[in-house]
Every structure is written in structure tokens, then in C-alpha cells.
Design a protein around this ligand. Structure first.
Ligand code: PMP
Length: 395
């Protein structure tokens, strides 16, 4: 029943937009010129719709790293990492990540999605309970379902409800709290300081998905757990290379016994091809860039975000609860969100339209992807257009 009504809604929305040729989705990117892209419909759009937060996906060092990887090993490896797909480059990526957090060891997955599926299904089974924040990423819910554990959700960041669930499930073999460090549709953090206290009190494990925070948040850019000073209390973090790192792939930083279990048993590690050498080469180069230029890139991002958030707030635009580099512009109505995204494209700016089912119905928003590569003039142009759009479309 629930699936049928969801289908009806999807058809109503997406089919209507396709029929009217106003769907902003699946633009064909013809060219990428750094901060601007040309699509099949628009020339030279200023790109404010990505998660390339540190602008590394266009960096010459990463392109050179990708080429080195291909020249050394070809376009593919010989098999899964367990057997013959673990090149020196993959090995070095894992070593570099492991060096970042002494309490954990790193394992490299083909994607963040694959990492979540593997990790959660290895951490939990039918004797356990998983406690998910209701707005956790879909890959967390998929991994939780796959594990066979009992699943309970708590309202977003509601620590009182989390505590009552921990108390209620005291008899379970394991209680596993799973949160996103930084919620990518809203821009706010999980209160990991409080979560760590509760986990200690109720003997629970903690898994944090740092997809949108790794590389950016925390004194060394290790994410929200590091920001709150609780990285050592976290059992595992999941990260992706596809956001701040400007590459593709996922990783888990897990405590030792769990790391071994994943390495030998997790199907998306043992029985699925790892990153291609070019991709792993770009990731390795990205980790080198972060080690040397990370603080400077983070500062440039912070300056751009401060400019944009400050001016949009002053103009009275609803930016939800963001306290990070994610800039959600709340529009609410699904169709209006799509219309505003199209209008912005017609005026030369690409933003990401987020509508149902990716966010709850009636909370459509634009997710503005600010990067450290944007110039002040580009940020000012974005603000100018968003304010004009707000006046025109009344959101
Ligand atoms: N976790 C979160 C919170 C994400 O936002 C995403 C990607 N949108 C993923 C995991 C999956 O990462 P990947 O793209 O590497 O599969």
C-alpha cells in the first residue's frame, strides 16, 4: 500500500515535469570548464550544484594521479581486492587513511554506498537492535535492513528519544547507533558529544557516516566525530571519495576485529571489483593534496560559505538549520522548487533541486554546492540571483 501511493506520487510529479519539459533532472553535461559546465540545454552554467566541496575534482594533481594509475596498471585490475585487485595504489590509499586515525584501520570500497552496506551488515545481526536517526542516508537504511537486526528510528537529533530506545533495548546483545555526521539535505550535525555519552552509559556502539564532512569538518578535516573530540569512541566511520576528495569510492575506518571481518567476509569488498587504478590514483593524489593544502582549501570554502550564508540570511531566505558548508534554500512546494531551479539555469546558474522522495513531501529545496574554487564574484552572482528568484517566485 505504502509503495503504491509512493509510486502514484512519483508518477504525478516526475511524469508531469517530463511531459511539460520542465524536468531539471539528468542534464547531459557536455563540457566541464572548471567552475562552469555546458549541458545539452544551457551554455556555461556556473556550477553551484555539486558536492565537490574543495574543488578537487578539477585539480591538475588529481588528473595527473589518475593518469599515473592508468599508465601503471591499465584501466582495470585483475579481480576483487581479496584476490588480485589490490594494487600498490589501493594499498597506499588504505595506509594513508589508517594513519589519520590511530584507533581505526581503513578499508577501501568501490563506493560509500557499498561501504555502508558491508559495514552495517557485518556489525549487526538478528540478535541486535539498530537505532537510526530518521533522516539517515538511504544507504544506512539499506545496510540496516540487510543486517537482519531489529530497526528503530528516532526523530532527527532527538536525544531524549534515543535514550529511551537505548533503555528499552537493554536486553539486546548489541545496541548500534547509526547517524550521519553531517546531514546533507539540512546542513546540520549529529550531536555526537551527547551520542558518545549515551553510548558509554548504555553500552552501545556508534557508526558515523561522514560522507559530507570528511575532508572539511574537524581540526584535521576528519569529520564531525573529530569536531566533537569523540573519534576514539566511535566504532567505525564511513566516508566517500565522491565529495570533498574529488574522486570516486568509499571507505570504512573500523576497529581492528571489525576491519578483519570486513576484509575477508564483506561481499561488497570480497566479491565486487574495487576502484579502477585511475580512480584509486586520483584518490591517492587527493589525499596528498589534503595533507598539504587542506587547511588553505578549507579556509577558502569557509570564507565563501560565510559570504553566501550571511547575505542570504540578511535577505530573509530560509536556510533551514544549516551550520555547515551545505546551503539548503527552502522552497517547500515541489513544482516551485523545479521552476526556480530552471529559472536559475536560464540565468546562468546550476543548483541541485532536492524534492520528494529524496526529502519529505512539501520540503523541496535547492541544495547550493559552494566550493573553495568559487571566486567572490561568483558567490555574489549566486546571491544576487537567489534574491531575485525569491522575489519573483515568493518563497
Ligand atoms: N552516505 C551519504 C550520507 C551520502 O550522501 C552518500 C552519497 N550521496 C553516500 C553515503 C554514498 O556515497 P557514494 O556516492 O560514494 O556511494
Amino acid at each position: 500500500m505504502a509503495i503504491q501511493s509512493k509510486r502514484a506520487t512519483l508518477d504525478e510529479l516526475y511524469e508531469e515535469w517530463e511531459r511539460e519539459e520542465i524536468s531539471p533532472f539528468f542534464p547531459v553535461i557536455e563540457e566541464n570548464n572548471g567552475n562552469s559546465v555546458t549541458t545539452d540545454r544551457h551554455q556555461n552554467l556556473l556550477m553551484f550544484g555539486s558536492c565537490d566541496y574543495l574543488g578537487l575534482s578539477q585539480d591538475p594533481a588529481l588528473k595527473a594521479g589518475a593518469i599515473r594509475g592508468i599508465e601503471r596498471y591499465g584501466t582495470n585490475t585483475y579481480g576483487a581486492q581479496l584476490l588480485c585487485g589490490h594494487t600498490r595504489i589501493h594499498h597506499e590509499v588504505e595506509e594513508r587513511l589508517t594513519a589519520l586515525s590511530p584507533a581505526h584501520s581503513a578499508i577501501l570500497f568501490p563506493s560509500g554506498m557499498a561501504a555502508n552496506l558491508a559495514l552495517i551488515s557485518a556489525m549487526a545481526s538478528s540478535e541486535d537492535v539498530i537505532l537510526n536517526d530518521r533522516t539517515d542516508h538511504v544507504s544506512i537504511f539499506m545496510g540496516s535492513t540487510l543486517s537482519g537486526a531489529e530497526m528503530r528510528t528516532f526523530p532527527h537529533n532527538n536525544m531524549a528519544k534515543l535514550e529511551s530506545l537505548l533503555r528499552q533495548y537493554g536486553e539486546k546483545r548489541r545496541r548500534i547507533i547509526i547517524v550521519d555526521g553531517l546531514y546533507s539535505a539540512d546542513g546540520d550535525f549529529a550531536p555526537l558529544d551527547r551520542i558518545a555519552e549515551l553510548a558509554a552509559e548504555y553500552d552501545a556502539r556508534i557508526l558515523v557516516d561522514e560522507a559530507h564532512s570528511f575532508g572539511i569538518v574537524g581540526p584535521n578535516g576528519l569529520g564531525v566525530a573529530e569536531h566533537f573530540g569523540v573519534l576514539d569512541q566511535v566504532d567505525a566511520i564511513v566516508g566517500t571519495m565522491s565529495k570533498a576528495l574529488g574522486s570516486v569510492g568509499g571507505f570504512v575506518l573500523a576497529r581492528k576485529p571489525l576491519e578483519r571481518e570486513l576484509r575477508y567476509m564483506a561481499p561488497s569488498y570480497t566479491s565486487s571489483r574495487g576502484s579502477a587504478p585511475g580512480v584509486a590514483g586520483a584518490t591517492l593524489a587527493s589525499l596528498s593534496e589534503l595533507a598539504t593544502r587542506g587547511p588553505e582549501l578549507r579556509q577558502r570554502l569557509a570564507d565563501n560559505v560565510a559570504l553566501i550564508l550571511g547575505r542570504l540570511r540578511k535577505a530573509g531566505i530560509d536556510l533551514m538549520k544549516t551550520r555547515s558548508h551545505i546551503v539548503p534554500v527552502l522552497i517547500r512546494d515541489e513544482r516551485k522548487t523545479v521552476e526556480v531551479a530552471n529559472w536559475l539555469m536560464e540565468h546562468g546558474v546550476f543548483t541541485a533541486a532536492f524534492v520528494y522522495p529524496h526529502v519529505p513531501m512539501g520540503t523541496g529545496r535547492l541544495r547550493v554546492g559552494v566550493t573553495s574554487r568559487h571566486t567572490t564574484e561568483e558567490c555574489e552572482r549566486l546571491v544576487e540571483l537567489l534574491v531575485e528568484a525569491r522575489d519573483k517566485f515568493s518563497f
